[in-house]
Design a protein around this ligand. Structure first.
Ligand SMILES: [Ca+2]
Ligand SMILES: [Ca+2]
Ligand SMILES: [Ca+2]
Length: 411
């Protein structure tokens, strides 16, 4: 895979050296593109605002460029403020930059679907959802990101990625719901897949629901196929895992021969009724500032629902036992509560907001957020997928609860 456009190797080395010696002083100008849309956006990043945090002097830019890659679109972003790095999921690759957008390295060669990612502050590693639907294999990929120091590292052979298999997801993805003895596979146009499960995407560390100061657990949200003709797919489904003993389960991943090493069951399975969406929770993020769990989705298509693009689960409310509505057999489960603010749909009582964030949403914990976006760009006849993130701050307003922070010259 080629490097990001306009980034010469020499500039990369210089930037990396600058970063190694004085992280806070790494110059955003070191590898600024000289032309094209990236150059315009680099101007944003050239004037980061001072914003001390956690006793450090990191300067958080209004804009961070994640590069442009011969992959599918950006799926997630997570920020390591302590060390000054940003990690980007580009579906088939993990990209590491610094806060100024200087490229540090990549992990490539993923043949499945790397979705949302999150940093575990305890072990400094990045965890991401990784799907192989044809093989009926679903993983949390664990990246030893400290070791990522060059472009083109291989996910299988360079020792920087392991994977933990989630059997629970396989069981729900492959469920023969109509009992005809046939699993219809990776298609929305079927009665199969329990809860409409299409796999997994949104992931985030945070305390157990209802336990704001509890130890971090890894929450993993299902993808859910869009389907207007069935009633059992109107919940987001979130699995809870305690990852503290995962080192004994982690294995390197051979994609030609996918392993099945992982926990038998999650610690918990939770349901939150939002109405059917298109591929479930794209980005899940615990926000320590509000105590809420943010969920960015591609909007649903059922006329009976408001089809909001953004939901929040109230992290202070304990799950309550109740009916998981719409299932073929009556079923009870642990139900989560949507934050009682924002828009309200009178027909269903569902609360939500209108906001993007499906391509990446990182909460820094102080009311500051980075929200990723991106799209195709032409690179001399080839199409690359560019990814970038803008800084936002919490407002709590309706319909969008965040406002974008512009670089000083844009005000
Ligand atoms: Ca079937
Ligand atoms: Ca996604
Ligand atoms: Ca996330």
């Amino acid at each position: 895979m080629p490097r990001a456009r306009s980034t010469s190797l020499a500039a990369l080395v210089l930037a990396t050296l600058a970063l190694t010696t004085t992280p806070a002083a790494a110059s955003p100008a070191a590898v600024s593109p000289t032309s094209g849309p990236a150059a315009l956006r680099a101007a944003d990043a050239a004037a980061p605002e001072a914003r001390p945090r956690h006793g450090t002097e990191h300067r958080l830019p209004a804009y961070i460029h994640g590069g442009a890659w011969p992959t599918s679109h950006v799926q997630g972003v997570t920020v390591d403020l302590e060390n000054g790095f940003v990690y980007w999921s580009f579906t088939q690759a993990l990209v590491k930059t610094d806060l100024a957008g200087n490229l540090i390295g990549t992990v490539e060669g993923l043949t499945g679907h790397l979705g949302d990612i999150d940093l575990d502050l305890r072990d400094g590693r990045v965890y991401g959802s990784l799907e192989y639907k044809a093989e009926e294999a679903f993983y949390i990929a664990v990246f030893d990101v400290e070791e990522i120091d060059r472009v083109g590292m291989d996910a299988e052979t360079d020792g920087v990625m392991t994977a933990v298999h989630l059997q629970e997801v396989v069981d729900d993805f492959t469920a023969d719901m109509d009992g005809d003895g046939v699993f219809d596979g990776d298609t929305a146009d079927t009665a199969d897949h329990r809860y409409g499960c299409s796999g997994i995407d949104g992931v985030s560390f945070g305390p157990s629901f209802g336990s704001r100061h509890g130890a971090p657990r890894l929450m993993v949200a299902y993808g859910v196929y869009a389907h207007t003709g069935r009633a059992d797919n109107d919940h987001q489904v979130i699995l809870e895992y305690d990852t503290r003993d995962w080192r004994r389960l982690e294995r390197p991943l051979s994609q030609a021969d996918p392993h099945r090493s992982g926990p038998r069951r999650p610690e918990g399975t939770y349901f939150v009724r939002t109405g059917n969406t298109t591929y479930g929770v794209q980005n899940l993020e615990y926000d320590a500032y509000t105590g809420h769990w943010m969920m960015a989705v591609y909007t649903g298509t059922k006329a009976a629902f408001p089809n909001y693009s953004f939901f929040m689960v109230d992290g202070s409310v304990r799950p309550r036992r109740g009916p998981v509505t719409g299932q073929p057999e009556p079923e009870r489960g642990d139900l989560l509560t949507l934050v009682r603010r924002g828009l309200r749909d009178p027909g269903t009582g569902i609360r939500g907001w209108e906001f993007h964030g499906s391509y990446g949403f990182a909460a820094l914990g102080d009311g500051t957020y980075y929200v990723a976006d991106g799209g195709p760009v032409d690179d001399g006849g080839a199409t690359l997928q560019e990814g970038f993130a803008h800084r936002y701050r919490w407002t709590g307003a309706t319909p969008a609860p965040f406002e974008r922070v512009n670089a000083p010259e844009e005000r």
